[in-house]
Design a protein around this ligand. Structure first.
Ligand code: PMV
Length: 361
């Protein structure tokens, strides 16, 4: 498929007004996307667990207007006008305007709320852009009700990617792969696909306890981080490593090899942060508590033999991943040893989810 396949046929009559609401989850990458080309084309393929509780709920009210000049929208975050997020939405509308030509015909009131703190290293842009893309796709489906569910989801993922790359992995569940890779049928740089190969059921039971080490703003945004991968001395090696990790993950996912899973996922997390450490200018998003938690996870795994591992996003928070069967022991460990390293003792007990859903009034 190419970008052209997402350009719609001319529309018939447009609805006058209405309201649409979607809830889209965050996701946590197992093999990380870091570095991109123009139009949000990823430098390497990635794969993520879709989460469940960490999510963005967005409602869009639309009213037809008399002009089609530019775009017209208001934005509320957690019930308050949010002027500083507006340029992001303006850019997003600019990128997707050709694929949703009705955008200029409406004034939109966009209301969005997160179940977790924004700019905390939890992918609020991923769930936010996915929820908005789904609302807008829903409007396109009202205009063209014959749209197939597969086409709806694929185009929602395609549009979400143009808002924030990893957002294309926040539409479906449970495991989503994005980025062309010869070993993964149907994979594309343009949108995420549900992982199509053999998957041991243990992975559907995975928990992700997000240990909130630092919930303030990040010193470097992921857009800046992606830019610093251009011309990075380790870029070529890193892209090859990520592709190799995707190949390595295939037998692990098929057989439920949790030891192999832990080693690969932790290596990915540290490689992502190694890229940051070696950027020019260099930066560190981990905090001392991030490392203390990692050391405790390693010591606990050694001592208990239980299959827990950590991963990191572009931030200081630690995602502790483990299957449901060890949840009781994992929660004891978190309460006893890890909670003390979290800001205000806070964590989010999340799990693998099944993707975004429409919220009906
Ligand atoms: O989607 P972005 O531009 O916010 O980039 C996200 C990058 C990572 O979260 C660090 C990795 C990933 O694959 O989700």
């Amino acid at each position: 498929m190419t970008e052209k396949d997402f350009l719609p046929q001319p529309y018939g009559k447009l609805p006058e007004s209405g309201r649409i609401c979607w809830r889209a989850p965050s996701n946590i990458a197992l093999v990380k996307y870091w570095g991109k080309g123009p139009d949000q084309v990823p430098a390497n393929p990635s794969i993520s667990f879709t989460l469940d509780r960490a999510a963005t709920t967005t409602s869009v009210r639309f009213h037809k207007r008399n002009t089609r000049e530019g775009f017209s929208f208001d934005l509320l975050l957690e019930g308050r006008p949010q002027e500083d997020f507006k340029p992001k939405i303006q850019t997003f509308f600019g990128r997707i305007g050709a694929y949703l030509p009705f955008l200029g015909a409406y004034h939109f009131e966009i209301e969005t709320s997160n179940s977790f703190p924004h700019s905390s290293g939890i992918a609020s842009s991923a769930s936010g852009m996915a929820a908005l893309a789904l609302c807008l796709m829903d409007l396109e489906r009202q205009i063209r009700p014959s749209m197939e569910p597969g086409d709806f989801h694929r185009k929602a993922s395609f549009l979400a990617r143009l808002g924030s790359g990893s957002a294309c992995r926040s539409i479906a569940g449970q495991l989503v792969q994005w980025g062309e890779h010869p070993g993964i049928p149907g994979s594309s740089d343009l949108f995420g696909v549900e992982y199509p190969l053999a998957l041991d059921p243990v992975f559907g039971t995975y928990r992700d306890t997000i240990l909130l080490v630092h919930t303030g703003s990040k010193q470097i945004s992921s857009s800046q981080g992606h830019r610093l991968v251009q011309g990075h001395p380790y870029a070529t090696g890193r892209f090859a490593q990520a592709r190799g990790h995707l190949d390595g993950l295939r037998p692990i996912l098929a057989s439920g090899d949790l030891q192999g899973f832990n080693a690969l996922v932790e290596s990915e997390a540290l490689s992502l942060h190694a890229m940051m450490l070696a950027s020019s200018p260099y930066f560190i998003l981990m905090k001392p508590a991030t490392l203390e938690i990692i050391e405790k996870v390693w010591a606990y795994r050694q001592r208990s033999g239980l299959p827990l591992c950590f991963t990191l996003d572009a931030g200081a928070n630690v995602h502790l991943l483990y299957p449901a069967e060890v949840e009781r022991q994992a929660m004891d460990f978190i309460e006893r040893e890890l909670k003390a390293h979290c800001q205000g003792g806070r964590y989010i007990a999340d799990r693998v989810g099944k993707g975004a859903r429409k919220i009906n009034d």
